[in-house]
Design a protein around this ligand. Structure first.
Ligand SMILES: [Zn+2]
Length: 586
């Protein structure tokens, strides 16, 4: 439970971040800021920066950032409340009696962990205690008993109340079951969400079961979703966990490398064939939080996704996320349209080993997926993508080495690559191409929210025009919502340390990164960026509509709606290309 916000404000403002950090790290004045070698990673040149104006810190080497509370938490390895206590003591502020997590909150947490633990055992027992179709299916896919045990795979039975009845018998309250995400409402009661499926438990990195993935396994089972995952709950936020990490982290540390795959079946196939240092992103695209989590164990990451076009796109996105964390993964390109599981089945571990040895650095990967050797146009496009990535590399030596290799591969001079980078620098805060979201899926969102943070007064005029759903990154969404709904009228003027109090401490790096940017504001550019986001949102709406229309082809109303959206997108694109942005504010 958190302390009162006013009290936190008092403690924060009484503890100047420069003074507090100065007690731990030798800070040197540098312009408006203070600098030191980073206490959180090994370095000789000082990239650790403390801003007295914003009252936050940020390391441009390892990415750590936050306010005075988060600094103490990280440095002393203590909890938020302990950091608050220490800083209150430091300046003689008396704290009210420590307010514990309420009884109900505590008991919901414990119930959810208990429910997932019981469901895990129940599903696992279903699968392993006697012969059954699920087991036969897994055996046919070369999943061994040992694999089943290691990853605690399970089976959800055919009836839609089996788990519910089991858990009620074990004494779990209906209210807690309803909040667990494992049940759906049905006629005033609850029924199992998962039935007749193979179950894949998801563990937190400290070994608690917090979610399930699942898949259908019977020929001809056409119940819709092939894969179905349990939703986010009080104990599970998808973007913060990696499938398999709990079981594989020792191997990852020992090998000092990790193979990143897309799905749980791929992970188990690799494990089965002796590649023990493997993790899977959970279903969707790799997130920054997942990248950070993995980088705690190793910086040597191999991306092994499906080699169809969706898989290549996902790999390109994962590549970008990792590079923003200063991790340079290698990418493994399997023969066209194969997934790792099938590949292993057909060719065996030795062949996969050869492909891993032949893994590509980002420029080689882009060269190949863009078919750069086919024609000049492809090559130009590939080189543009590569240059956009080179632009994000902060270490100058690393950058130079990559520039040499890229110049070689593309058959251009290093001087010209550097020139292209220079040209990019001049307009680096502008969206490169907001219509092509191939590169960093969040780049435009980040730029926009950074502008809002740095120039809230100018941007506030646009808030009514910007829908919260234009943003897709959960933290950026939350930030914008804070600004738009403006529950605290001071929020607009107090960028910096206080804003961090609205977020989990583990999100401090990401938010600090946004706070530190100093971007120039131009109305025209800002409107263009908004337009880019708006077009993207409309495209998402269009896809949803399309899916609906495929199922209900006679719904004239939806068809008209689709026409209208298409028209609007075309209109906006025209505005965008012509450089004559429709005035958003009339
Ligand atoms: Zn650092």
């Amino acid at each position: 439970m958190r302390y009162d916000q006013n009290l936190l404000d008092d403690i924060r403002s009484a503890n100047s971040i420069v003074d507090v950090i100065g007690e731990y790290v030798p800070l040197k004045k540098s312009g408006a800021d203070y600098k030191a070698p980073c206490p959180f990673h090994n370095e000789t040149k000082p990239s650790f920066t403390v801003s007295p104006r914003l009252q936050i810190f940020k390391c441009f080497g390892c990415g750590k950032g936050g306010n005075v509370f988060t600094f103490l938490m990280e440095y002393e390895k203590i909890t938020f409340n302990e950091a608050v206590k220490k800083l209150a003591d430091r300046v003689g502020i008396k704290l009210p009696a420590y307010k514990e997590q309420s009884k109900e909150e505590k008991s919901l947490y414990n119930s959810l962990y208990g429910i997932y633990e019981s469901a895990l055992r129940y599903y696992h027992n279903n699968l392993t205690s006697k012969e059954n179709d699920g087991l036969a299916y897994l055996q046919s896919r070369n999943v061994s008993d040992k694999d089943i045990k290691t990853f605690h795979l399970g089976l959800a039975q055919k009836t839609q109340s089996a788990l519910y009845e089991h858990l009620i018998k074990r004494g779990f309250a209906k209210g807690a079951l309803a909040k667990s995400g494992l049940f759906a409402n049905s006629n005033g009661g609850l029924r199992d969400k998962f039935f007749d499926r193979i179950m894949f438990p998801v563990y937190s990195s400290d070994g608690k079961v917090i979610a399930f993935g699942s898949r259908i396994y019977k020929e001809g089972d056409d119940r819709g979703a092939k894969y179905l995952n349990s939703p986010e709950t009080t104990i599970y936020q998808k973007r913060k966990h990696l499938y398999g990490l709990y079981q594989t982290k020792d191997s990852i540390i020992k090998n000092d490398s990790a193979i990143l795959v897309e799905g749980n079946i791929d992970l188990i196939a690799l494990w089965h064939h002796g590649f023990k240092n493997v993790v899977a992103s959970l279903g969707t695209a790799l997130t920054e939080e997942q990248a950070k989590l993995l980088s705690r164990y190793t910086k040597n990451i191999y991306i092994l996704y499906d080699s169809d076009s969706a898989g290549k796109d996902a790999a390109a996105r994962a590549l970008n996320i990792l590079i923003t964390q200063s991790i340079f993964p290698k990418l493994i390109l399997l023969p066209a349209n194969t997934d790792p599981d099938d590949f292993l089945e057909e060719h065996g571990a030795g062949a996969l080993r050869d492909y891993i040895d032949d893994a590509k650095t980002f420029y080689g990967f882009i060269y190949e997926i863009r078919n750069a050797d086919k024609n000049l146009d492809n090559k130009r496009r590939a080189l543009n993508d590569v240059i956009a990535i080179l632009d994000q590399i902060e270490n100058p030596v690393q950058k130079e080495l990559y520039v040499q290799e890229c110049a070689n591969l593309f058959g251009v001079s290093e001087t010209n690559v550097f020139r292209a980078l220079q040209a990019l620098k001049k307009k680096s805060w502008k969206p490169k191409d907001p219509l092509n979201l191939h590169v960093d899926p969040y780049r435009e969102e980040k730029n926009i929210i950074q502008l809002i943070i740095s120039h809230p007064e100018q941007c506030a005029d646009y808030f009514d025009e910007i829908e919260i759903d234009y943003f897709t990154h959960p933290l950026i969404k939350k930030l914008f919502k804070l600004f738009k709904t403006n529950e605290n009228p001071d929020l607009l003027t107090e960028k910096g340390a206080r804003l961090l109090d609205y977020f989990d401490p583990q999100d401090a790096d990401f938010i600090s990164d946004l706070l530190f940017a100093e971007l120039p504001f131009s109305r025209n550019e800002f409107e263009k960026m908004l337009l880019g986001l708006q077009i993207r949102k409309l495209n998402v709406d269009l896809n949803t509509l399309n899916e609906y229309i495929i199922k209900h082809p006679d719904n004239e109303e939806k068809i008209q709606e689709k026409k209208a959206i298409k028209h609007k997108i075309n209109q906006l694109k025209k505005d965008f290309k012509g450089g004559t942005v429709k005035k958003l504010l009339s």
